[in-house]
Design a protein around this ligand. Structure first.
Ligand code: 5GP
Ligand code: ZN
Length: 385
């Protein structure tokens, strides 16, 4: 007796819609056609395991989530497993197959709305703590790939996570066919109803995804898990920061534009909070700027925790910079305020490798007159709180 039979008897959720394309796929595939229901249930179950593994990695507690949006849900291959982990009232599903959405609402008691191929034609009704999109970005054409990424990201709640899967280069029969842009759209798919104009088979490189995520969401990829879904689709996670963590995208600030991906830069290091990139007019080769992603005009406004983080990143990346340009010594500079030479009003550290005979001099020292050092020290100490 397979799972389907067992569930048929005591669990209505097990019912499979006769038009479920995923189920029909398993009925024809040579490896699964003898036990298609088992394969169908196993495939949804493995999505659940992958998702739980991802949450574990990013320290996200699914129980804490108030809303889960499963986009491109089909007829519920995954939803029937999801409703056992999270209350159906917290789940919203959507698909271009209207019949599938209706079926899921009735069968599982979840919320649902109809989707369209063009994101411009869809209004997503809520904000969600989790948005899960399996096997959609692996089928979208270029004209909707980035717009869907942007739209779904915008539908996250603060601190929410978007999780989506792609076909990476490793899924390609001939990886050398990949385009220079890292995007390949092939006119083949298991769908019998969608036109190739809207839906086929898409392969993307990791670089393409990272660039698209940074440019469309302003955030870096939080987690990339190659071949995480069914051992062949790559999974990417993007997190929307809490409002108070959001980057102040100061329109006039050149470094904010670099962070938002509006201006290119040679990035040396990047994480959620910090970016390091090559200075456009280096005093020496390897001259690197290190900045917090949030716009602070100067060091004194930077929260202590972030100051510690940035200094530790400077310590981490400097040896690689020095090794890269074959230098041993460096100056670490921070111009704070106009008189000091600060030109860009977004706090930044300069890491400047030094070379024998590079021609730079140090600042010239003066001396204190009689009693002046004591006087200065006294005045400084008066100002300590
Ligand atoms: P400051 O004088 O404010 O301490 O230094 C600002 C630094 O930012 C300068 O060294 C300058 O060359 C660098 N810079 C200014 N605009 C850009 C840019 O668009 N891209 C990069 N990579 N560096 C820049
Ligand atoms: Zn800025």
């Amino acid at each position: 007796m397979n799972i389907y039979d067992l569930n048929q008897q005591d669990n209505m959720e097990a019912k499979v819609h006769p038009n479920d394309e995923m189920y029909l796929f398993f009925t024809t595939h040579p490896l699964t056609k003898d036990a298609p229901l088992q394969a169908y249930f196993d495939s949804g179950d493995s999505m659940k395991s992958s998702l739980l593994g991802i949450f574990d990695k990013i320290g996200f507690r699914m129980e804490g989530a108030n809303s889960f949006f499963e986009f491109a849900c089909g007829y519920g291959r995954f939803t029937r497993h999801l409703v056992k982990m999270i209350s159906p009232q917290k789940i919203t599903v959507s698909d271009v197959y209207r019949e599938a959405v209706d079926f899921q609402k009735e069968m599982f008691g979840v919320k649902g709305f109809y989707s369209e191929f063009d994101p411009a034609d869809v209004a997503i009704p809520e904000r969600y703590d989790i948005i899960f999109v399996a096997s959609l970005f692996s089928h979208l054409p270029l004209k909707t790939w980035r717009p869907w990424l942007k739209k779904l990201y915008e539908s996250l709640s603060d601190n929410g996570v978007l999780i989506f899967s792609t076909h990476g280069k490793s899924c390609m029969a001939n990886p050398s066919d990949m385009s220079d842009a890292g995007f390949l759209y092939c006119h083949m798919s298991e769908s019998k109803t969608h036109s190739f104009e809207d839906y086929a088979t898409t392969y993307v490189t990791s670089e393409f995804v990272h660039k698209a995520v940074t440019e469309e969401t302003g955030q870096p990829v939080l987690l990339e898990m190659p071949k995480c879904l069914w051992s062949y689709q790559d999974v990417y996670v993007v997190r929307k920061p809490k409002t108070d963590e959001l980057i102040t995208n100061d329109e006039s600030c050149i470094f904010c534009k670099i962070i938002a991906g509006e201006i290119p830069a040679y990035k040396v290091y990047e994480d959620d909070d910090v970016l390091a990139f090559l200075d456009i007019t280096p005093v020496n080769s390897g001259h690197t700027l290190v900045i917090p992603k949030k716009h602070y005009p100067n060091l004194l406004e930077l929260p202590e925790e972030m100051a510690c983080k940035i200094v530790s990143i400077i310590k981490k990346i400097t040896p690689a910079i020095l090794a890269g340009v074959v230098a041993k010594d460096f100056n670490l500079g921070l111009n704070n305020g106009k008189l000091s030479g600060q030109v860009v009003d977004h706090l930044h550290w300069h890491i400047m490798p030094r070379f024998e005979g590079d021609g730079y001099d140090l600042w010239h020292g003066k001396s204190y007159g009689e009693g002046q050092a004591e006087e200065v020290l006294r005045k400084i100490k008066e100002n300590f709180n």
